[in-house]
Design a protein around this ligand. Sequence first.
Ligand code: SF4
Length: 177
Amino acid sequence: MDREWLEAKLAAYPLYAYAFITTDELVFADRVRYICEHECPMYNTTWACPPAVGTVEACRARVMAYREGLMIATITEVSDIANIQETLSTRAPHEAITREITELIRSQCAQTLTLSTEACAHCAHCSYPDAPCRHPEKMFPCVESHGILVTDLAEKHGIDFLAGSNLVTWFSLILYK
Ligand code: SF4
């Protein structure tokens, strides 16, 4: 990966922060998966979510097949962070940026693994579990689905994810080799 080239490209995006990371920095925690299972309404509804993504151990092995990656974060101010609809409306622009930056990295690297936010919303109706994913190249599981403690990674890189009470922060991780 030509980091200088990529950083010049990243300058065109409204990113709050980004950091080059190594996968040995990642903390995998079963409690993150527990939250998926017990608190997320998307659990068991798409190919991008547990249990379809596999066990935390299987996810860890998938991630650790990569050595390096790029973490990106966007931040958006909303009028009331308790307004779920308004808060979630900030997700699509983050996903669009994640997709474009993934394509940039794909132009340089033979393999990528992108983990992003929430569940996959690419199709109006997910084919899960009756048929295979229609667009595996566009399907980005969320970081948490793989048991990754993203707050720990952000802290390690000095990224403040509690920047303000009405600020919505989204993270994506694009691994490459
Ligand atoms: S791309 Fe479509 S079929 Fe695949 S996980 Fe996303 S919504 Fe489901």
